[in-house]
Design a protein around this ligand. Structure first.
Ligand code: ADP
Ligand code: MG
Length: 696
């Protein structure tokens, strides 16, 4: 392995590099802009741009790009050369402050959800100086926000930055109330653990479903699946080890420290955990991690699958969004403190999160919905589609004591005592873990485990930040006006626990009893994307986002439309791919085998071996019956696809694809999978599950 300290961050225009390369007044003003979330003045930007250009060229870059995250959830780049040819043919390098802080982009090829009419196709990108520029494949990448000329956000970064600002504002109001006059900024920290599958690239390319949809639409259960769970933490295959080493090095260079990489429970599944960063940087990093995983896997002759559910009967892939709140002096507000008053502050933050998650359970659920995650949430391997919070027995006991204490615990001192007695000794070990919980407290952070593996983590974090800002805002409104701070503080804590304890659940989230119990508690259970997406347009969500200036109503509507379209399109592509595979691959292969069987039977009959054709005849009849059914199902599927087009509204289309097309696909799959088990290996037209799982 290469020299880690030299490698780490070597392609990042980092804090340290800026400090070294920039004149001190410029550096100070840049730091201020970052800390206060302000835009950079042009004179400062010019100096920064010049230093950045020099550094980038020294590190082999020839181009620069404003790197941004349109609403599709992937990233986009438009490369421009540093080099310009002037009048007399001389070549000079150019990169101005203006080019650093703002770029013009033809926005028409990115979805806008109707915000930007095509005649005003221009959009612009603006540098997010809190996320460092880095060099990727010879190009200086400048992390930017992307907006329309009328100022509406067209991307996933802008509202995330806005939500961080809202959270910072409200959290600092709380800190001031506890006498903290020093903290300049409170930032959500996020570490997103990423699950993924690796399969052999040659086999991957032989399956149209993987190529077009990222998941298998067919596949009978192999004799050896997940039963043994021998894969978990198993010895890594050498090809995977080589891939991981390359991936680590590529990520380290651009300043993304990958921490642990072990095999997950499913065959061919792995996980990567980066070290946590500010939410916007963590989001950038996660996008880069996904991009590098795919590219580097290809170099090693493998395909990296980031779909939420690539294989039936095998655990899907999620993303665990670890979340905490940190001050600029490095205090984690979700860490129970060493003193009673820190503990009370911790309890208030905890209660703020409990309230936020309960009040906005629908919104949170919505942010993790897509066609892929519909296969995962609610299946017995991932959290159910119901949001609940795991706190562990210790904290739950404390909270319930405070709540019950209303009659007899009426003094601040009593709460302090309670906090002092128990909180500093909280167990943080894995023994107190609940792997079935969608939103689990893990000692000093929360882990939101419902996020799908292919998704940007921007959406869930926007929702968390804003909902939490709202809790803090409500608390601060009361406490700032309070005449008896301690009394009102305790009152808030006990009242909020009473009102929101229904969201706390420490048991087994996979059990059927929980579903019934959750329904009794009145918790939302939205099983599919079309059910969850309207949460975007609810009055509650709308009020939250407009109040905290995170998303305007137009921006909310646009995001809703894009997500709905995406859902319908995904299912349409899947249905069309399925029909094509049935008609062009599966049925012709079945037909070939049927012909051979019939020929054999015929031959035997001619040779008067009638008594011994029992096996062939029975397989032939079984196959014939299944293939007719499969043929009919695919014809019906094609008709359903045409019907979708005739529907007017996107809501009708979404409901129809889910209730009709999806159901028909399930039916077709059953026939095809039964056929796979009857057809000899040599006839089956694509690699099987067994081939894929054990191919690397
Ligand atoms: P655990 O043992 O709880 O799983 P790890 O230390 O293994 O915790 O970290 C799991 C993930 O959580 C990593 O991506 C890590 O960076 C992230 N993480 C750790 N601490 C925090 C924190 N305070 N805030 C946000 N994310 C964190
Ligand atoms: Mg985890």
């Amino acid at each position: 392995m290469k020299d880690f300290p030299a490698l780490y961050g070597s392609k990042v225009f980092s804090e340290a590099i800026m400090k070294k390369m920039l004149p001190s007044p410029t550096y100070i003003r840049l730091r201020e802009a970052i800390l206060e979330g302000k835009t950079l003045d042009l004179d400062v930007a010019n100096v920064v741009a010049n230093a950045m250009k020099g550094w980038a060229i020294d590190h082999g870059a020839t181009h620069f790009t404003h790197w941004f995250q349109p609403m599709t959830g992937i990233t986009a780049e438009k490369h421009e050369s540093f080099i310009s040819v002037i009048g007399d043919g001389t070549v000079i390098t150019e990169f101005s402050g203006k080019e650093l802080i703002k770029g013009d982009t033809d926005a028409s090829s990115f979805p806008s959800g109707g915000i930007r009419a095509t005649f005003e196709a221009r959009g612009y990108t603006a540098w997010d100086p809190s996320s460092y520029a880095f060099i990727k494949e010879g190009t200086l990448c400048i992390p930017t926000a992307f907006a329309s000329y009328t100022g509406e956000a067209l991307d996933k970064k802008t509202p995330l930055l806005r939500s961080m600002q809202a959270l910072d504002l409200q959290a600092r109001r709380i800190l001031r109330l506890f006498g903290d006059t020093q903290t300049k900024r409170v930032t959500p920290s996020v570490g997103a653990e990423q699950e993924y599958f690796l399969v052999d690239k040659e086999l991957y390319e032989k399956r149209k479903d993987l190529l077009y949809c990222g998941r298998t639409l067919f596949g009978a259960k192999p004799p050896k699946g997940q039963e043994m769970e021998a894969h978990y933490y198993g010895a890594l295959k050498s090809r995977v080890t080589a891939f991981m080493r390359d991936l680590d090095e590529a990520l380290w260079e651009i300043g993304i420290p990958a921490k642990t990489e072990h095999n997950e429970t499913a065959p061919a599944q792995h996980e990567l955990a980066p070290i946590y960063r500010e939410a916007n940087v963590a989001t950038d990093h996660n996008q880069l991690i996904m991009e590098f995983m795919k590219k580097i896997a290809a170099k090693h002759g493998m395909a990296c699958l980031l779909h939420e559910k690539p294989f039936r009967g095998i655990n899907g892939s999620g993303k665990h969004n670890n979340f905490s709140l940190e001050t600029d002096s490095g205090t984690n507000l979700l860490d129970p403190g060493a003193t009673p008053s820190e503990n009370v502050m911790f309890l208030l933050c905890l209660v703020a999160i409990i309230k936020a998650v309960d009040d906005y359970q629908g919104l949170l659920r919505m942010t993790v919905s897509n066609a892929g995650n519909d296969h995962r949430l609610g299946a017995h391997e991932a959290p159910p589609a119901i949001i609940s919070i795991f706190l562990g027995d210790e904290i739950t006991k404390i909270l319930f004591a405070i709540e019950a204490g209303e009659e007899y615990v009426d003094s601040y001192e009593r709460i302090m005592e309670l906090g002092a007695k128990i909180l500093p000794n909280l167990p943080k070990e894995t023994t107190d873990r609940n792997r079935t919980s969608p939103f689990a407290f893990t000692g000093n952070k929360f882990e939101f485990r419902m996020v799908g593996s292919s998704m940007s983590i921007s959406g869930p974090n926007i929702a968390l930040n804003t909902a939490l800002a709202e809790s803090f805002c409500q608390f601060a409104d009361i406490l700032e006006a309070s005449e008896d701070f301690n009394r009102d503080l305790i009152h808030i804590i006990s009242k909020e626990i009473r009102e929101h304890k229904r969201i706390i659940f420490n048991g087994d989230n996979y059990s059927d009893e929980w579903k019934a119990e959750a329904a009794r508690r009145g918790l939302k259970n939205m099983r599919s994307t079309p059910e969850a997406l309207p949460e975007y347009l609810s009055e509650k969500t709308s009020h939250l986002f407009t109040k905290h200036k995170v998303l305007s109503e137009t921006e909310q509507r646009a995001r809703y439309d894009i997500k709905m379209q995406e859902y319908v399109q995904t299912l349409e592509i899947e249905a069309a791919t399925m029909a094509e595979m049935i008609n062009k691959d599966i049925l012709p292969a079945v037909s070939r085998y049927k012909g051979d069987l019939a020929y054999t039977i015929n031959n035997m009959q001619e040779n008067e071996l009638k008594g011994s054709i029992e096996y062939e005849a029975s397989v032939l009849s079984e196959i014939s019956e299944l293939s007719s059914k499969l043929y009919n199902a695919s014809s019906e599927l094609k008709k359903l696809l045409e019907e979708i087009n005739s529907l007017e509204s996107i809501e009708e289309k979404a409901g129809f694809t889910r209730d009709k097309a999806f159901f028909k696909m399930e039916e077709a799959r059953q026939f095809a999978d039964s056929l796979e088990l009857l057809i000899p290996r040599s006839y089956w037209p694509m690699p099987t599950y067994g081939d894929l799982f054990y191919s690397v």
